[in-house]
Design a protein around this ligand. Structure first.
Ligand SMILES: CC(C)(COP(=O)(O)OP(=O)(O)OC[C@H]1O[C@@H](n2cnc3c(N)ncnc32)[C@H](O)[C@@H]1OP(=O)(O)O)[C@@H](O)C(=O)NCCC(=O)NCCS
Length: 147
């Protein structure tokens, strides 16, 4: 069974471990995990049968001059992927924050498909957004697009 809960500072080690497993061990020093439990951010943790398997970290960031909840990181442990973990996490985030936006690498087929399936829409395309020159897609919840 997959459950989702809000993380506290005590979960930082868990979020760090999953973030590093998803994005590489340089995240140990340069990850978003230190935001977990901080007043300006919210982190959600998914547990599969009681074991932590995924996380989302979100915080306010300006979109078109307005502060809107921004998903800075989403990750699921490789062995727990394709089981609905990220979907459950993102549904929990969207239930609390229907106005949501994020950047995703244009090459990240899995993540883009996940967000589209949740009803998010593709907006701007930003060339050279990432440090390695990759293109980013701005994705936002339909409520923002329709405003
Ligand atoms: C992207 C990621 C978070 C998806 O997590 P997940 O728990 O496997 O996703 P779910 O099982 O909830 O899948 C939901 C939907 O996403 C899409 N999806 C997930 N993995 C996919 C893949 N490998 N290829 C294509 N579509 C995929 C599908 O539409 C899927 O729905 P379906 O199962 O009905 O086909 C996970 O692959 C991951 O952690 N990747 C590395 C980190 C990353 O890229 N994070 C996103 C940064 S923006």
């Amino acid at each position: 069974m997959i459950t989702v809960r809000i993380a506290t500072q005590r979960d930082r080690g868990t979020v760090r471990r999953i973030e590093c497993a998803c994005f590489g061990y340089e995240r140990f020093l340069f990850g978003l995990w230190p935001r977990t439990g901080r007043a300006d951010s919210t982190t959600w943790i998914a547990e599969s049968d009681g074991m932590p398997t995924g996380y989302v970290i979100a915080y306010d960031r300006h979109l078109n001059g307005m502060p809107i909840m921004y998903v800075g990181g989403v990750g699921v442990l490789p062995k727990n992927r394709k089981q609905g973990v990220a979907s459950q996490l993102m549904k929990a985030v969207l239930a609390q924050h229907p106005r949501l936006w994020l950047h995703v690498r244009a090459s990240n087929i899995a993540a883009t498909a996940l967000y589209l399936k949740l009803g998010m829409r593709i907006g701007q395309r930003i060339q050279q957004f990432y440090s390695n020159g990759d293109t980013a897609l701005v994705m936002q919840s339909a409520t923002i697009t329709e405003e």
